[in-house]
Structures are given as C-alpha cells and as structure tokens.
Design a protein around this ligand. Structure first.
Ligand SMILES: NC(=O)c1ccc[n+]([C@@H]2O[C@H](COP(=O)([O-])OP(=O)(O)OC[C@H]3O[C@@H](n4cnc5c(N)ncnc54)[C@H](OP(=O)(O)O)[C@@H]3O)[C@@H](O)[C@H]2O)c1
Length: 322
C-alpha cells in the first residue's frame, strides 16, 4: 500500500508493507482521513505514538472493511465505516480494533465521515464523561472554531447547554455562533475573563473545555462557577502555570487532565458506543453536521498541514484517498 511517511522535514507518499488484521481487528480500505493538531506535533517529534500503535500519522479514517480478524462479528467485508485510530490513518489500509469502528452515518460520504471520529469522541468524552455536564449548565469552549471546538458547540446545542467560545477573530466567532454558540471573545483583542460575568449573569461557567493550558489557567479558574470543572485537553499555550489553591478550595473547583489517544481499547470503545447511541442519530437528523474547511488529496498532505498550521481553518481539513 501507499502511506504518508515523515521524510526529514517533508511528508512523502511512499510504498510501505500492507498491515494484516489481528484478532479483534478489522482492516479498512481508507477513502479519507483527516488532520488533527496532534499530527503536527507528532510530526515534529513532540507526540510519539503510544506503544504498539502505527508510527504512520493519522488518528481517524473512513472507508470500506476489506478483511476481518478472528472473533469480530460486528462488521463484514464491504461495510462503510469510520474509525478512531491510535495511528495509521494517512494510508491506503489501516488495522483497527473493532470497538473503535462505527458505521458511516446515513447520508454522509467518506470525506464527511472521516471528519467525525477524533473530534466528536474528544468533545463527547470530555464534556459528558469527564466533566459530567448536566442539562442547562453553562460551557466555555476555547479554540471554538477548531475541529474539537466545532464538534463541542454542536453537542452543547443538542444537549441544551448554553456555550460561549474564544477564537481568533470576529469571522471565526460568527461561524461558531452559526453552529450554536451564544457568543465569543476574540483571543487576540479581548479578555474572556472580563466578558464571562456578563455572559453568565455573574455566575460563571460550570464547565470549561481548554486546549490552551498554561496561558489561560488563571483566567479559567476566575471564570468558573462554584463547583465548576476545567478539562485541560491541550497545551497550545504552555504546560506551566501558577494555581491558586485557595480559589480552587473556596469555589470547590476541579481541574481534570485528559487525553484520548493513550486510553485502553475498552475505554475508547465505550466512547464510540456513546457516540453511536447519542450523536449519530442527531447527525442523521441533520441537527449536527461535520464541519469541513477543505478536502485535499493525500499526496498533498504537506499543503494540508500548512493550512492547519496557519490557524486559518474552521473545523476539519480532510485528506481524500483515491
Ligand atoms: N486531549 C485529547 O484527547 C485531545 C484530542 C483531540 C484534540 N486535542 C487538542 O485540542 C486542540 C484542538 O485540536 P484540533 O485538531 O481540533 O485543532 P485545530 O482544528 O487545528 O484548531 C486549533 C486552533 O487553536 C487555536 N490556537 C492555535 N494556537 C493557539 C494558542 N497558542 N492559544 C490559543 N489558541 C490557539 C487556533 O484557532 P484561533 O486562532 O481561532 O484561536 C487554531 O485554529 C489541540 O490543542 C489538540 O491537541 C486534545
């Protein structure tokens, strides 16, 4: 098969050995994959794949099942599926544990389906399973126009949780509002902490989903309501910060750190099952949609990475595979 390999500082579409499905896995003929910010970090050496995972980039895919490992009853050859991967998506073929595979929602093509698994699994896991978001609780989503952010806004909309965002400019905030956010702060010119009181009638946010980390910690803690939960899913603004333990104690705050990729197959399968039951029907009803900024042929992955790195995207950049 062909796959994208990291060749010095370039991405190259090379011949590599075909993977073979092991017990409990399915082999997918990929028709599309999608870029995640983590791919850019992995490429530069900062986010190595977990033990046993493919060294090939790519955390999600969509395509057809072409072979089944021993013990897999849920899928058969020819099924149209999408999958959450620990690696290996930027390739014509990929092996994946069956629990991380879902059927393509009715009405979606492979390019749209490839934009779903990583960002909806991340948003769902962290809002509902980690932060235990309850009905009507108020949410702040940093990087609201990112792949994860656009998924999280739409989840909040269907679960009736008012949400606000931060994003890099008025145009991006307007796109977030179209998707269901109540409003937002331009991270380059406005302080979300100053706006938070007005947005939440002085009460603060119940949940903040934060891929920024260090640079936002102080303002995040100040913006949380009593019993608020801050889920840290990324470190785009650094890994170190001062924590006011007094504020945490008095407001009974919780800070939760969370990654998806390194979790067990069983834990990822639980998230995927939750998506199938709670999110796939909303996609099929048109209440939630994949947000795709661009579809680019996989041989031009270099150009697609540059587009993501520009911070000029809303939602996902998808790679098509002929
Ligand atoms: N923990 C997990 O399991 C997990 C899983 C998936 C993703 N993530 C994390 O979630 C984040 C979003 O991922 P993605 O693939 O959806 O991203 P993406 O679509 O590439 O979007 C990232 C956006 O973040 C904003 N940004 C960039 N640098 C920033 C900085 N220094 N401070 C604040 N904002 C910045 C930019 O938007 P604006 O200019 O509009 O702000 C950029 O477009 C990443 O940090 C990723 O690592 C974590």
């Amino acid at each position: 098969m062909k796959a994208i390999e990291i060749d010095g500082d370039k991405l190259a579409w090379h011949d590599v050995p075909d993977p073979v499905p092991r017990a409990g896995e399915v082999l997918i003929r990929n028709r599309a994959t999608a870029i995640n910010r983590a791919d850019l970090v992995q490429r530069s050496g900062g986010y190595p794949p977990p033990p046993g995972a493919s060294p090939i980039l790519g955390l999600e895919c969509a395509g057809e099942v072409v072979a089944i490992g021993e013990g897999v009853a849920r899928y058969k050859k020819g099924d149209r599926v999408c999958a959450l991967l620990a690696g290996g998506g930027y390739a014509e073929l990929v092996n994946v544990p069956a629990g991380q595979v879902l059927r393509v929602p009715d009405g979606l093509d492979f390019e749209q389906a490839a934009a779903l698994p990583e960002v909806f699994a991340t948003a769902y896991l962290n809002l509902y399973m980690e932060a235990k978001l309850a009905p009507a609780e108020r949410v702040l989503l940093h990087a609201g126009a990112s792949g994860v952010g656009t998924a999280a806004i739409q989840l909040c909309k269907v679960s009736n949780n008012p949400c606000w965002v931060t994003a890099g400019g008025a145009d991006k905030i307007a796109r977030c509002v179209e998707l269901g956010a109540r409003g937002g702060a331009d991270r380059h010119t406005e302080s979300f902490e100053s706006l938070a009181k007005g947005w939440t009638d002085g009460g603060g946010f119940d949940v903040i989903l934060d891929p920024v980390g260090g640079a936002y910690l102080k303002d995040n803690l100040a913006s949380l309501a009593v019993d608020g939960r801050l889920v840290i899913i990324g470190l785009m603004g650094g890994a170190d910060a001062h924590v006011s333990l007094g504020l945490m104690m008095v407001k009974r705050l919780r800070i939760i750190g969370s990654t998806l990729r390194a979790r067990s197959i069983a834990a990822k399968a639980a998230v995927m099952d939750a998506l199938e039951h709670n999110v796939w029907p909303a996609i099929e009803a048109g209440a939630i949609r994949p947000v795709v900024e661009a579809v680019i042929p996989i041989a031009e992955a270099e150009r697609a990475h540059a587009l993501v790195a520009s911070n000029d995207t809303v939602g996902k950049v998808v790679l098509s595979i002929a």
